[in-house]
Design a protein around this ligand. Structure first.
Ligand code: FES
Length: 66
């Protein structure tokens, strides 16, 4: 089972049992990684993964479930 967590002004953390693929069905290698971080700000140079750029690009993203 996968667990997804929206990080405060940052990426989406994905952990657990999951497969990440592109729009053509090609699977990204996440082997050996206990968690991955998916970019929410759109500024990463390593899409779809977070590369930390959200910390310097002024990204503001609500992260509370309502
Ligand atoms: S959320 Fe981290 S680079 Fe976009």
């Amino acid at each position: 089972m996968a667990k997804l967590t929206v990080r405060e002004n940052g990426p989406l953390k994905v952990e657990g049992d999951f497969t990440l693929s592109d729009m053509e069905g090609n699977v990204y290698s996440t082997e050996g990684k206990p968690a991955i971080f998916i970019c929410r700000c759109g500024a990463t140079k390593n899409t779809p993964f977070c590369d930390g750029t959200h910390k310097t690009c002024g990204f503001q993203g609500p992260s509370r479930a309502v």
